[in-house]
Design a protein. Structure first.
Length: 81
């Protein structure tokens, strides 16, 4: 019998792994001129705001990639069903 919170715990574990990956893989840096251009487009207050948004997007991207990659590996080679 499957636990009712198994999918939630699985997703939380993968997001935790993504968080660790984000700490190990630095977010891409756009450079000073491109960063100022992006700040003008999105009306950001300062560079810290831009890098906060960039870090959050990087975290979500890596979390999504790891989720689908691990789900594929699990279903392909380790699933009993």
């Amino acid at each position: 019998m499957k636990h009712p919170l198994e999918t939630l715990v699985t997703a939380a574990g993968i997001l935790l792994m993504a968080f660790i990956s984000v700490l190990l893989l630095p977010a891409p840096s756009p450079g000073l001129l491109r960063a100022q251009h992006i700040m003008d487009i999105f009306h950001l207050q300062d560079l810290n705001q831009l890098y906060t948004v960039l870090f959050c997007l990087w975290f979500l991207l890596l979390g999504t990639l790891e989720f689908y990659l691990l789900r594929f590996i699990w279903r392909r080679w380790f699933s009993l069903a």
